[in-house]
Design a protein around this ligand. Structure first.
Ligand code: SF4
Ligand code: SF4
Length: 126
């Protein structure tokens, strides 16, 4: 029997550059595997920084300035991701693969139109 080819997934509201955001849209933030490693690392570093600031009873007003300096050092030192591809127009961490704080490379591929296909709103279409 001949194999039926699926229509391409372009035009689906869950489609993003060949990847599928359906699961993420269903349960936003639930699947940690989709997250950008660099942003995760920065978030952990921020939590640690806040704990230390609290332990050392740093004045509330001084916290943001201290963090800004620490963050500059952190961001310069290492990106913790071998797959990072610099893109000045992209959101933090200025990576070609980041989408809403997630790593596109970690999302499942869209294999073509499936039962979850939903047309994108006119302004969502690329
Ligand atoms: S490739 Fe880019 S988006 Fe993906 S984890 Fe690395 S820095 Fe984040
Ligand atoms: S068509 Fe299906 S697999 Fe492709 S992006 Fe849409 S929901 Fe995901």
């Amino acid at each position: 029997m001949a194999e039926i080819a699926r229509l391409p997934g372009e035009g689906c509201r869950h489609f993003d550059a060949g990847r599928c955001l359906y699961e993420e849209h269903l349960n936003p933030g639930y699947d940690a595997r989709y997250r950008c490693l660099v942003l995760e690392h920065w978030a952990e570093a921020f939590d640690e920084f806040l704990s230390r600031a609290e332990a050392f009873r740093v004045e509330q007003d001084a916290v943001s300035g201290l963090w800004a300096r620490q963050f500059q050092r952190l961001a310069r030192r290492t990106l913790h991701c071998a797959r990072h591809e610099f893109c000045a127009a992209a959101e933090a961490p200025a990576c070609l693969h980041v989408v809403d704080g997630l790593c596109r490379l970690n999302l499942p591929a869209c294999e073509g139109r499936c039962r979850h296909f939903r047309p994108a709103e006119p302004e969502e279409k690329a």
